[in-house]
Design a protein around this ligand. Structure first.
Ligand SMILES: N[C@@H]1[C@@H](O)[C@H](O)[C@@H](COP(=O)(O)O)O[C@@H]1O
Length: 241
């Protein structure tokens, strides 16, 4: 696991954008794995700026998002479908037919999980996956205790995750109790992974990721088994090392 140390959130976002654009320009039809949450918002702003300058195009890019809340429709402002449209997709030249976010509002979620897996595989897997880090070590919505062999599946969200994400909702009770997420094995099949970590709130989690042992109790620890992972972390996130 390679660690790139940067000063602050803006530098992290800039660096991530540079890496992503570099990789996109090296592959003919790049397949990107995208994340939500506060952490990648700066990266998406940088990507929009870069694409406006003409330095990157998403015309031949396919995207797969990590996760979605169960029960929220695409038009719900707290859904990850909405987030992605609002923070990235509406501002770039991506073909929306090539955009994939797991559907959390279908009747048969299990079938949706299987189809999502099939779709990722049919695109030859993800070239570059962007990840944030949950304070409890979750990646996507894979909470502590999730099997390292998991594929796209339904999860019960940990109380701490619902508390952490309650800031986006009117109240804690409005945060869905379940989500659909790419599994850990699915994530590990990405050819390259970039983990973005910023701020004091993530310092303990980052220290555990770097210094702790590999265990299903801390899902992100599995990333140490992958051959091409780069963590881009700012000074505040690195403060507990
Ligand atoms: N499901 C998302 C994750 O994909 C995200 O990486 C993580 C950190 O979120 P944030 O970047 O807001 O701290 O938690 C959320 O619950």
């Amino acid at each position: 696991m390679n660690i790139v140390k940067v000063k602050n959130y803006d530098e992290m976002s800039n660096k991530a954008c540079q890496v992503l654009v570099d990789r996109m320009n090296k592959v003919n039809n790049p397949v990107l794995g995208l994340a939500t949450g506060s952490t990648p918002e700066g990266l998406y702003k940088e990507l929009i700026k870069t694409s406006r300058k003409g330095d990157v195009s998403f015309k031949h890019t396919t995207t797969f998002n990590l996760d979605e809340y169960i029960g929220l429709s695409k038009s719900n402002a707290n859904s990850y479908h909405y987030y992605m449209k609002n923070h990235l997709f509406q501002y770039i030249d991506v073909n929306m037919d090539n955009v994939h976010v797991p559907k959390g509002d279908v009747l048969d979620i299990k079938k949706e999980c299987q189809e999502y897996e099939k779709s990722i595989r049919s695109h030859g897997n993800i070239d570059l996956q962007i990840l944030g880090l949950g304070a409890n070590g979750h990646i996507g919505f894979n909470e502590p205790g999730t099997s390292f062999n998991s594929r796209t599946h339904i999860v019960d969200l940990a109380e701490s995750t619902r508390q952490a994400n309650a800031r986006f909702f009117d109240s804690y009770n409005d945060v869905p109790e379940q989500a659909i997420t790419m599994g850990i094995e699915t994530i590990l099949e990405s050819k390259e992974i970039i983990v973005l970590v910023s701020g004091n709130k993530k310092a303990e989690a980052l220290s555990r990721l770097v210094n702790g042992k590999i265990s299903e109790d801390f899902p992100a620890s599995v990333l140490k088994e992958h051959i091409h992972v780069t963590v881009i972390a700012d000074e505040a996130a690195l403060s507990a090392m």
